[in-house]
Design a protein around this ligand. Structure first.
Ligand code: NAD
Ligand code: DAU
Length: 336
C-alpha cells in the first residue's frame, strides 16, 4: 500500500510513520511536510535511508504538488495542521490557511485521483468544553461547539471532509482524539513544557486555577487506533479516540511530574489564564471499542514516567528546539 502522510515531521505524524513502517515494512510512505517551527526531521532519522520512506518538503496548500503526490497514493492520512491553541489566539491566520484551505486542497486531489481512503486526524476540541465535576463525555453525536481559532479551524476542516463524502462519495474516515502525550512532542505543550522547564531549572507555568481537565492519550495508542480505523472503519464515519485517565486536573498532572522528577512544588507558578480556556475534555471511546476493537492500553502514570525518561535521555533533541524563535514565542506567551 502507498500512503501519503501529511505533517509527518510533527509529533503524532512522526510517531505514526515510525509505528507504521515497523508494523508494515512492505508499505511505501511519503511524508509531505512544510517543516514549520513544529516539524523536525530529527524525529525520522532512524528511517531516512529506508527505501520505502520518502520525505517531500512542501505545503499542503500547494495544489500542483499535492495533486502530483496524490496521483501515486492509495491512502492519505492527514495530520498536517497548526496545532497549538495559544498560538492560534496570538495569530489565527496560519490556522485558517493550513487547517481549512490545506484540507480543501487535499480533498480535491483525493477526489481527482480516486484514493481508496482519506483519513482526517481531528481533535476533541471541536466539541467545545464540558463542565467540571460532571460525568458528561464527548461522543460522535456531540454537537460541534468550537471555542478557539484552532478548534474552529479544525471543526471547519471536519465539516469539509464530511461534505466531500456526502456530496461526492469520497471514501473518508475521521478520528477526533484527546490530548496526546509521549516522545517527540514539541515543548510548547503542557507535558513536555513542564518536563523540560524542570530540567532547565525554570518555573512551571499553570494557567488560571489549574483545575482544567484533559483526557490523556499515549501517542502509540492513537497510532494503533488509526491503524484500526484504516482496517475496520466504516466509510463516512467519525471515531472518537481517548485514553485511560479519569479527570486529572492540570495541577495534578504537574505535581505528578514534579514528584517523579524529585522536585518540590515551589517550581509551580500560576500565570494569566488562556482566554476562552476550555474547562474539561473527556471522551467516550466505547463505540470505537465495539466497532473497531479499540481499547487504550498505556496507563497514564507508567507512560508519563517513560515520557519523562525520554526527555531526560534526549536533551539535545529539545535543547536545539528551545532556542531562537521558540524563546521569542515563550517570552511573549508568558510575559517574561
Ligand atoms: P504538530 O504541531 O506537532 O505537527 C504538525 C506538523 O504539520 C508539523 O510537522 C508541521 O511542519 C506540519 N505542517 C504544518 N503546516 C503545514 C502545511 N501547510 N503543509 C505541510 N505540513 C504542515 O502537531 P501534532 O500534535 O502532531 O498534531 C497532528 C494532528 O493531530 C493535527 O491535525 C492536530 O490537530 C491533531 N491532534 C493533535 C492532538 C495532540 O494532542 N497533539 C490531539 C488531537 C488532534
Ligand atoms: O484535546 C486535543 C488537543 O490537545 C489538540 O487538538 C491540540 O492540538 C493540542 O495542542 C492539545 O490542546 P490543549 O490546549 O489541551 O493542550 P496544551 O498542552 O496546550 O494544554 C493542556 C492544558 O494545560 C490546557 O488546559 C492548558 C494548560 N496549560 C498549557 C500550557 C502550555 C497550562 O496550564 N500551562 C501551560 O503553559
Amino acid at each position: 500500500m502507498r500512503l501519503l502522510v501529511t505533517g509527518g515531521a510533527g509529533f503524532i505524524g512522526s510517531n505514526f510513520i515510525l509505528y507504521w513502517l515497523k508494523k508494515y515494512p512492505e508499505d511505501k510512505v511519503v511524508n509531505l511536510d512544510k517543516l514549520t517551527y513544529a516539524g523536525n526531521l530529527e524525529n525520522l532519522k532512524s528511517i531516512e535511508k529506508n527505501p520505502n520512506y520518502e520525505f517531500v518538503h512542501g505545503d499542503i496548500c500547494n495544489p500542483q504538488l499535492v495533486n502530483s503526490l496524490t496521483s501515486k497514493t492509495d491512502v492519505i492520512i492527514h495530520f498536517a495542521a497548526e496545532s497549538h491553541v495559544d498560538r492560534s489566539i496570538m495569530d489565527p491566520a496560519p490556522f485558517i490557511k493550513t487547517n481549512i484551505e490545506g484540507t480543501y486542497v487535499l480533498l480535491e486531489a483525493a477526489l481527482k485521483n480516486k484514493v481508496s481512503r482519506f483519513h482526517h486526524v481531528s481533535t476533541d476540541e471541536v466539541f467545545g468544553a464540558l463542565p467540571l465535576n460532571s460525568k458528561e463525555l464527548f461522543d460522535a453525536k456531540t454537537p460541534y461547539a468550537p471555542r478557539s481559532p484552532y478548534s474552529a479551524s479544525k471543526a471547519s476542516s471536519d465539516h469539509l471532509v464530511r461534505a466531500y463524502h456526502t456530496t461526492y462519495n469520497l471514501p473518508i474516515t475521521i478520528s477526533n482524539c484527546s490530548n496526546n502525550f509521549g516522545p517527540l512532542q514539541f515543548p510548547e505543550k503542557l507535558i513536555p513544557l513542564t518536563i523540560t522547564n524542570i530540567l532547565e531549572g525554570k518555573k512551571v507555568p499553570v494557567y488560571g486555577d489549574g483545575l482544567y481537565v484533559r483526557d490523556w492519550l499515549y501517542v502509540e495508542d492513537h497510532c494503533r487506533a488509526i491503524d484500526l480505523i484504516l482496517k475496520k472503519g466504516k466509510l463516512g464515519r467519525t471515531y472518537l479516540i481517548g485514553g485511560l485517565t479519569e479527570d486529572i486536573p492540570n495541577i495534578e498532572v504537574i505535581k505528578k511530574i514534579l514528584k517523579k522528577m524529585n522536585q518540590d512544588e515551589s517550581l509551580i507558578e500560576y500565570v494569566k489564564d488562556r482566554p476562552g480556556h476550555d474547562r474539561r475534555y473527556a471522551i467516550d471511546w466505547s463505540e470505537s471499542e465495539r466497532e473497531l476493537g479499540y481499547h487504550p492500553t498505556y496507563s497514564f502514570d507508567e507512560y508519563l514516567e517513560k515520557t519523562i525518561d525520554w526527555y531526560i535521555e534526549n536533551k539535545s533533541w529539545w535543547q536545539s528546539i528551545k532556542t531562537g524563535k521558540y524563546l521569542e514565542y515563550y517570552d511573549k506567551q508568558y510575559n517574561r
